[in-house]
Design a protein around this ligand. Structure first.
Ligand code: UDP
Ligand code: MG
Length: 332
């Protein structure tokens, strides 16, 4: 073959390669991480071992949430060895929800798996969870039935799960589990912001998706330390209020505040009307009826509630989008 033929041949191959439609990926594994340098290499190996057995195509997307240790170096090395492993690295720490949200945007698989990077979640559970998904669910949640965490974490967590289940009416044991399997549509539909990662099953359920839960094995943390202190409990509870409000009333805040406001206003109005009538009939003098002030207070609070509802209505008409500063993105 002459040089020019070789060149033409090469160009033809290149062209075919370019024109070929991108290969469809079956499973995207999204792993949010923050300062987990020691766990990353063993994690990537155990994901590979678990998924290679499944004979499905897969990609692993690490989202480095602004780590300050050597996590990024390890991620570069993992990517160099195997292109299935991609990563995106934030310039600063935005929190697990932000990391998941960006991971979701980049995931191309038909099925999207999320798991923690600290080796506490076991990738060997993924095939079983996918099997469950295929029986007709949209989200399968991993329930850490036998949990290997300190008691300072397990007890607040039990309380959190109990309250969330009670108030949302969704029968799950472990809302905040890192190990979850989603159908692609679910993650495209629901928005993860703030610290809403704790409520993904709630948001999915309210969006009309079918949610199931299976018990999974859980391991103690081997390297590094937990990123969430006791504050997780308060944050979680406050976020529960937000979720309840936003899932039911975000599109119609006046229905929530307006009802409260009108009831309060009405109570104050009736109390004061009664006192004014008594005064007009000469039965009492307003100055020795402290209840009159309570009535005034209720009227003012009532007006305030209605005003908040109206403000809410105005805010729902303007949409705000969060933005993340990306330090590095490796996706080739
Ligand atoms: N994580 C993160 N950003 C943060 C905090 C945590 O991406 O700001 C990651 C962390 O690296 C881990 C997962 O979220 O992969 C769960 O965190 P952790 O193990 O500390 O939570 P716990 O198991 O104690 O609930
Ligand atoms: Mg952990």
């Amino acid at each position: 073959m002459s040089e020019s033929e070789k060149k033409a041949n090469f160009e033809e191959t290149q062209k075919q390669f370019r024109d070929r439609p991108p290969r469809k990926i079956d499973i995207s594994v999204v792993v949010p991480l923050y300062n987990e340098e020691q766990s990353l290499m063993p994690l990537s190996l155990s994901i590979r071992d678990a998924l290679d057995r499944m004979k499905s195509t897969y990609e692993v997307i690490f989202v480095d949430d602004g780590s300050t240790d050597d996590s990024i170096k390890i991620l570069r090395e993992i990517h160099r060895k195997n292109r299935r492993y991609k990563f995106i690295s934030f310039r600063r720490n935005y929190g697990k929800s932000a990391a998941l949200s960006v991971g979701f945007q980049q995931a191309t698989g038909r099925i999207v798996v999320t798991m923690d990077a600290d080796l506490q979640d076991d990738p060997n559970e993924i095939p079983r969870m996918i099997d469950k998904l295929e029986t007709g669910y949209d989200l399968v949640n991993g329930w850490k039935k036998k949990r290997h965490d300190p008691i300072s974490k397990t007890i607040p967590s039990k309380l959190f799960n109990f309250t969330t289940s009670l108030l949302t009416g969704i029968k799950l044991k472990d809302f905040n589990s890192g190990l979850k399997v989603y159908r692609r549509e679910v993650i495209q539909d629901i928005k993860v912001y703030g610290e809403m990662h704790r409520f993904l099953p709630v948001l999915a359920h309210w969006a009309g998706y079918k949610v199931a839960e299976v018990p999974v094995t859980h391991h103690p943390r081997k390297f590094g330390k937990t990123k969430f202190g006791l504050s997780r409990f308060w944050h979680g509870m406050l976020d529960l209020v937000t979720v309840l409000f936003t899932t039911r009333y975000s599109k119609r805040p006046l229905h929530f505040f307006g009802l409260m406001g009108m009831l309060t206003f009405l109570a104050g109005f009736i109390i004061d009307l009664e006192i004014v009538i008594e005064k007009l009939l000469g039965k009492t003098s307003i100055s020795n009826r402290p209840l009159f002030l309570v009535g005034v207070l209720l009227i003012i609070v009532g007006v305030q509630f209605v005003s908040i509802g109206l403000l809410g209505e105005m805010i729902t008409r303007t949409k705000t989008e969060e933005e993340y500063a990306v330090k590095e993105k490796v996706f080739n």
